[in-house]
Write a protein that binds this ligand. Structure first.
Ligand SMILES: Cc1ncc(COP(=O)(O)O)c(C=O)c1O
Length: 413
């Protein structure tokens, strides 16, 4: 008789793991009513520190160990705003990793810059510093590392390369709220850190973004670029630079202040559960955790990833493993499908109205990132962060499901 649920055996997990997402409570309800009744539905201009947006900016910056925060409409525009603040010019080249959401690169194109895509380190799935160094050319102005899945990337190595070549660093921390690099919040290490606050993220208002910086001048430029070219303290109808309206609403900040009040606890819970799961994954043949680098002091992931080794797992393809695990009640994913430069927009060179000065984007299909490709095709498995918000008994169930598939792998051939 079949043992695996995929073959009509009994399933291991027949209850919900973790918690539903998003989570909200009294703080959000009260804040939202307060905004509604106050009649102040936007951040305003001069006295923005009294707005909910201003309070959220300050609180989140403090939480991530940065001096300034500028709240933005979404994570894509947060990167665009950061690129404008550091002074990006048409045709400038920006180094980005292949394993990320496409917005890390398209945000560059949206400001007429050219993303140069580099491979990732197969150990931790983060930007490979050697590949980044090798990709630096005459037109390179900055590095945009991504803390992919919320795992802090090697910021020492990235910063050293940047310093050596006079480049800026914008951290795409869209997945890394609450993650700590050497005890410091991700997004507060480079020149600017950008975050997404979209629905799936570990801090969310449905949509939203924020940029962090420790630099006074960059903070002023971020503010201006998100606020139609205004500068703080100047007359309302005085505009200094060509800039869009990327302001967050008071509604979003009302919700975010609630989420932020829970983020520390949730980050600790996810990290604790993940470490427990890692101990168990090491005991199962054919799967392995990402072994944490010494700088990872807390991993508050948007998605947790671990490794699947087909050759040690009875030779079955990853898709079959994922299917079998899903039947056991553990839904998993496998990342962002392919290295970003394999998206049709790069292959077909659909840049829209972007213009790159005298420089043209490279031939992206001939830009190989073999480790990233292999990991997306064969090795990486991802689990949603919400699954890690319960107790260790949930981790035991996940491990039991994986072990069961391993023990009965013959049924899958
Ligand atoms: C790494 C990364 N950067 C940027 C973004 C863009 O954020 P948003 O969807 O808020 O525009 C995302 C969105 O998921 C992302 O994953």
């Amino acid at each position: 008789m079949a043992k695996l649920a995929i073959n009509d055996g009994p399933k291991v997990i027949d209850r919900q793991l973790g918690k539903d997402w998003p989570i909200s409570g009294d703080i959000e309800r009260e804040n939202l009513m307060e905004v509604l009744e106050s009649g102040r539905w936007w951040r305003g201009s001069g006295d923005s520190e009294t707005s909910k947006v201003g309070r959220f900016e300050q609180a989140f910056a403090e939480f991530q160990d940065a001096k300034y925060g500028v709240a933005i409409t979404n994570g894509t525009q947060a990167i665009e705003c950061a690129l404008k603040a550091v002074g990006i010019e048409p045709g400038d080249e920006v180094i980005v990793p292949a394993a990320t959401f496409v917005a890390s690169a398209t945000a560059c194109i949206l400001v007429n810059a050219i993303p140069i895509v580099v491979d990732i380190d197969p150990e931790n799935y983060q930007i490979d510093p050697d590949a980044a160094a090798a990709a630096i050319g005459e037109r390179t102005v900055g590095i945009l590392p991504v803390h992919y899945g919320g795992y802090p990337c090697d910021m020492d190595a990235v910063q050293q390369i940047a310093d050596r070549h006079g480049l800026w660093v914008i951290e795409d921390a869209a997945h890394a709220h609450g993650s700590l690099w050497n005890g410091r919040g991700c997004g507060s290490i480079g020149d600017i850190g950008s975050f997404s606050l979209q629905m799936g993220k570990t801090l969310t208002a449905g949509e939203g973004g924020i940029c962090l910086t420790n630099d006074d001048d960059l903070a002023a430029m971020l503010y201006s670029y998100h606020h139609i070219g205004r500068f703080e303290g100047r007359p309302f109808y005085e505009h200094h630079i060509v800039a869009s309206n990327l302001r967050m609403t008071e509604w979003q900040a009302a919700v975010l202040l609630g989420g932020l009040s829970r983020l520390e606890d949730q980050a600790e819970t996810r990290d604790r559960n993940a470490r427990y799961l890692e101990d168990g994954l090491r005991q199962i043949e054919g799967v392995a955790p990402i072994e944490r680098d010494e700088w990872v002091t807390r991993w508050n992931f948007y998605f947790y990833h671990f490794k699947f080794h087909s050759e040690q797992f009875g030779g079955i393809p990853r898709a079959r493993f994922v299917e079998a695990l899903g039947a056991e009640g553990l839904g998993c994913g496998s990342g962002h499908l392919h290295p970003i430069q394999q998206n049709p927009l790069f292959v077909e060179r659909n840049w829209g109205p972007a213009c790159f000065g005298d420089n043209e984007p490279p031939d992206y299909p001939s830009m190989p990132t073999p480790e990233c490709e292999r990991i997306y095709e064969e090795e990486g498995i991802s689990l949603n962060h919400r699954l890690f918000l319960g107790g260790t008994e949930d981790m035991d169930l996940m491990l039991e499901a994986i072990q069961k598939v391993r023990d009965n792998v013959d049924e899958l051939r």
